[in-house]
Design a protein around this ligand. Structure first.
Ligand code: NAD
Length: 356
């Protein structure tokens, strides 16, 4: 059996890094890696050679039994893949329905790693958490770079500067990492979430948790937030408006699994913000938490910069690839038995991730 690692066409990351390969070299398994696949993430071909054969893309597509990528393999290449191969990637099936429909017609099997349940047992495979942690960290560094002012308090002979105020909307994995990073840079941080469990986590990082009463918090939603009522969202938008007008940086991360992201920052709220403020919207790919967000774009509105980017993890390709690779290796251990693919549907992790 051959496991193939392909180069990502528009992404500096790579799905499996050299040091992880020994974990996926199961009994009879060969590993093939596309020429230059890891180069942009600082993993040159030479580093792969101990465990893998470096090959051209066409051969890997044609002969690999398992194809591991981060992004879905481009539609135009699906017909070139070996019959009955298994594709392993983050397919984002809720927002990529056209792609999934086409995939179904090919007869290929596919598992979507972004559907791995958020449970303790699946934690070592939790790709969403790995990428979200990097995005949250990067969002703060990006904001600090774009901001026209300091993050920490400064007392100098030339005058004193108050610490920067950072507001984080959504305190999941990305939000918590953003809070921790902003605190390390000396900012004052406030955060919102609808899950009651987030309060303690936010406070343990030295930030203030802003509570809006009346949130629906379902314990059986797999840890995820659920859609809120119109009344709650209006109440929350008012509270956000009040806090936003005093903030220098807003980082938004609020998402609802499989649904459009909630609008927490209205156009009216943005117009009340201080000139020079920065909004980083990590929920941009699912519609954005800010009414003005445009996915993969930076816009200026009344002197406020709004950056819509849900792919900041790709901006730190070396460590993002390392995390992804470890997560993939742990997932492959579930589906490769004695050198063969074995999709045991009684295994909840496989059951939840198999999309075609
Ligand atoms: P996510 O990306 O789906 O959403 C980000 C955050 O936005 C969440 O905390 C969510 O509650 C919040 N949110 C949604 N609607 C909101 C609103 N209207 N206002 C304010 N905040 C809102 O979340 P995530 O970071 O992927 O984490 C999802 C869940 O999985 C979390 O509960 C997390 O603790 C849990 N988790 C569990 C494990 C594990 O046990 N293995 C690992 C990672 C994450």
């Amino acid at each position: 059996m051959v496991i193939g690692i392909l180069k990502e066409p528009n992404d500096k990351r790579v799905s499996l890094v050299p040091n992880t390969l020994k974990k996926v070299k199961f009994d009879t398994t060969e590993i093939w890696v596309e020429t230059g696949a890891g180069a942009a993430a600082s993993y040159p071909d030479e580093k792969y050679e101990k465990y893998a054969a470096v090959k051209d893309r066409t051969s890997i597509l044609k002969e690999a039994d398992i194809l591991v990528t981060i992004n879905p393999i481009p539609k135009k290449e699906l017909s070139k893949i070996k019959k009955n191969a298994l594709l392993v990637a983050m397919f984002a099936p809720f927002s990529n329905q056209d792609y999934i429909e086409q995939l179904k017609t090919t007869g290929l099997r596919a598992v979507s790693l972004d559907l791995i349940p958020r449970t303790t047992i699946a934690q070592t495979m939790d790709i969403l958490s790995s990428m979200a942690a990097i995005s949250g960290y990067k969002a703060v560094l990006l904001a600090a770079n774009e901001a026209p002012r300091f993050f920490p308090m400064m007392i100098t002979a030339a005058g004193s500067i108050k610490p920067c105020k950072v507001l984080v909307l959504g305190a999941g994995v990305a939000g918590l990492q953003a809070i921790a990073t902003a605190r390390r840079l000396g900012a004052m941080v406030e955060a919102f979430d609808v899950r009651a469990a987030a309060k303690e986590e936010v406070e343990s990082l030295g930030a203030k948790f802003v509570e809006v009463k009346g949130a629906i918090d379902k314990k059986d939603a797999g840890g995820y937030a659920v859609e809120q009522t119109k009344e709650f969202l209006e109440k929350q938008q008012l509270e956000v408006k009040h806090r936003a007008s005093k903030s220098d940086i807003i980082i938004t991360t609020a998402q609802i699994m499989g649904k459009k992201a909630p609008i927490l920052l209205t156009k009216e709220t943005v117009s009340k913000m201080k000139p020079g403020s920065i909004v980083i919207d990590l929920a941009a790919s699912t519609g954005g938490n800010c009414e003005l967000t445009e996915d993969n774009k930076t816009i200026l509105y009344n002197g406020i910069k709004i950056i819509g980017n849900s792919h900041l993890a790709a901006e730190m390709p070396k460590d993002a690839s390392f995390f992804y690779s470890n997560n993939v290796a742990n997932y492959l251990k579930q589906i490769v038995k004695n050198g063969e693919i074995e999709l045991n549907m009684e295994n909840v992790i496989i059951h939840k991730t198999l999309i075609t």
